[in-house]
Design a protein around this ligand. Sequence first.
Ligand SMILES: [Zn+2]
Length: 128
Amino acid sequence: MRGLSLADRIYLAKYYEHDGSMAMAALFGIKHQSVNGLVKRMKQSGEYELYRNMTEEEYEKNGVNEMKRCQMPMCRGVATKSWALMGLCNQCHRNIEKETNLYYSRKIQADERIFHKRLQTAKGERVI
Ligand SMILES: [Zn+2]
């Protein structure tokens, strides 16, 4: 397998338990067995714990890219798609696509576009 950059290894330690090895494998384009092997080695060397205990400031300084996370408020899924320049996970992307179709076919009103409104809020508050 190709080696992961420092930022990617830090990202892995930060989100491995939340996302699981399959999502990480897809994100980095490596086999999930390789992800598990790498995590095991990082745990043995102490690297894993070190990265997990970093502050948000340290994550940022080390180039951990939060754009890889779903930007929908309350969702921390892996962003695999994008919508209006915002990274979204599969589920949120499906939700907002469905809602937008309903809106443009006039089946729901503007104030019923819950996901759209949530995303607008996130966009306004985004500090990244
Ligand atoms: Zn999401």
